[in-house]
Design a protein around this ligand. Structure first.
Ligand code: ASP
Ligand code: MG
Length: 500
């Protein structure tokens, strides 16, 4: 490998998701954020990572399915729509008087669209020949990001800030595991190779940064050492941003999305959910394990051991500081959030031999793992009894394996339609009253607690799925944000009743 110049200047990664670049207007908004960051002296030089325009990856995978099914008419029609979407955005993006800007962008898009059509044809041929379609599908799927980087780069230049799309893949990955029984139109994720990616990222990004040009890189995609296009799997662009950030030793990764940051609860379920300014990596990992959608746990893999913070913030309200996820500080973060993870089943394995039975936890979990089920929470155990919660969809196979492989003194039972309400954060662990308050909150609502997990920093209460939203609201009210009752005026109905 050629020797690579190490990045001299500190950089900060800004990642914009599909909705943030969903239209020409939105891309201009993104460009104003990038231009602003470029001008701020207190922020490090921006390196930008972008997703495909929203809906485009789905569309490319539909195109891939049509191609594999030899439905040429259908994929050609979809390509026309996809082409128009990008050309429309281009027209909105270029507004300055720079004469050659629009023709240059349109040329770049056209040549990309021609290559995309080629890749679709190659995929269709592979499918007719009965060859592997996974890699040619990844090549088709990669075009969402390949096109969006050109739009974003043009928009940034339109604000007078030098910017270039990086057309080569930055992330070097393993060869994905190919499963020939995989349905058509699905991308298989590949894993980034750390050292190779580091050398490649520095080689592609450093020269631009040194010249003061903002690099615009494609999220989601990569290539193998031998040059095949790969992806990091669906919704992999946050992950790709932290992979690229780690490879460049960046100071921070900002993930711009369509929410303000990480909130104390899902705002669709809890009206007064609040923004959490700070979270530790461990808290963020648990939040996503227990159902919070904002961040995928793998996003933290490349950066947590390097202590690089990730800031989640809103593209449409860029002045908000968002939520910083970072290393544990000297003080606990004080964060407290409540999530629901649904579609769970409680498995209980019990021995009829109350006194003689040795601990069989190892065997039970090995069987669960064989059924592809990781325990979501472990609830209780003793020598002759073990209960844990798994995803409902794997319940049948776990039961079947336990019945087949464990000796007959062991009985297995299962309770379905459950959900976990997880209260997570140093805000709870610091307060010894939290478990009591959580219990009371549910008791007051007459919500039975089926069981609870105690191994998490915080409390995991298992309730019936039908009770879970009510449980979430009452826990949030009693543990995080008491609702101050407003002065309530009697309703017309009540007034009438009083008058009677
Ligand atoms: N465009 C890719 C997808 O939709 C990656 C991403 O947006 O995270 O899966
Ligand atoms: Mg997307």
């Amino acid at each position: 490998m050629e020797s690579v110049k190490i990045m001299q200047q500190a950089v900060s990664v800004l990642k914009f998701g599909g909705t943030s670049v969903g239209s020409g207007e939105r891309i201009r908004n993104v460009a104003t954020i990038i231009a602003q960051v470029r001008q701020e002296t207190e922020t490090d030089f921006p390196v930008v990572v972008v997703s495909a325009m929203s809906g485009v990856t789905d569309q490319l995978l539909r195109i891939a399915r049509h191609a594999c099914a030899a439905e040429e008419e259908a994929w050609r029609q979809e390509l026309v729509v996809l082409r128009q979407k990008h050309l429309d955005a281009a027209e909105k993006i270029v507004q300055s008087n720079e004469r050659r800007a629009l023709p240059r962008l349109l040329d770049e898009l056209e040549s990309g669209l021609v290559s995309l059509e080629h890749d679709v044809q190659k995929l269709a041929e592979a499918a007719t020949q009965g060859e592997d379609v996974a890699l040619p599908t990844a090549a088709v799927a990669s075009w969402g990001e390949r096109l969006s980087i050109k739009l974003v780069a043009a928009a940034v230049r339109d604000f007078g800030v030098p910017a270039e799309a990086i057309t080569q893949e930055i992330i070097v990955t393993t060869h994905p595991d190919i499963d020939p029984s995989q349905p058509f139109g699905v991308v298989v994720g590949a894993d980034p190779l750390i050292e190779e990616t580091r050398a490649n990222a520095q080689a592609l990004v450093c020269p631009l940064v040194e010249q003061g040009i903002v690099p615009i890189a494609a999220g989601f995609i990569g290539r193998t050492i031998t040059g095949y296009i790969t992806t990091l799997g669906r919704n992999g662009s946050d992950y790709s941003a932290t992979v690229i950030g780690a490879a460049l030793d960046c100071s921070e990764v900002s993930i711009y999305t369509d929410v303000d940051g990480v909130l104390t609860a899902d705002p669709r379920l809890v009206a007064n959910a609040r923004l959490l300014p700070r979270l530790s990596y461990a808290e963020a990992a648990r939040l996503s394990w227990f159902g919070a959608k904002v961040l995928h746990p793998r996003t933290f893999i490349p950066i947590a051991h390097r202590n690089i913070p990730v800031r989640v913030r809103n593209t449409f309200r860029p002045h908000n500081r968002g939520t910083v996820v970072g290393p544990e500080g000297p003080l606990p973060s004080g964060a407290g959030a409540i999530t629901i993870r649904r579609n769970l089943a409680l498995i209980t394995v019990e021995s009829t031999d109350l006194f003689g039975a040795p601990e069989n936890a190892g065997q039970v979990f090995a069987l669960a793992a064989r059924a592809g089920a990781a325990p979501v929470a472990i609830c209780s155990s003793s020598g002759h009894h073990l209960s844990f919660v798994i995803e409902e969809k794997s319940a049948d196979s776990v039961i079947a394996l336990v019945q087949r492989d464990m000796d007959t003194t062991w009985k297995v039972s299962c309770r379905r339609n459950l959900a976990a309400c997880a209260c997570i954060g140093s805000g709870f662990t610091a307060d010894p009253m939290s478990p009591a308050r959580a219990g009371t909150a549910l008791a007051r609502e007459r919500i039975p607690v089926i069981t609870q997990g105690s191994s998490e920093p915080g409390i995991t209460l298992i309730v019936e799925e039908k009770d879970s939203e009510r449980a979430l609201r009452s826990l949030h009210r009693d543990l995080i944000a008491p609702v101050i009752p407003l002065v309530r005026h009697p309703t017309a109905h009540e007034k009438r009743r009083e008058a009677r």
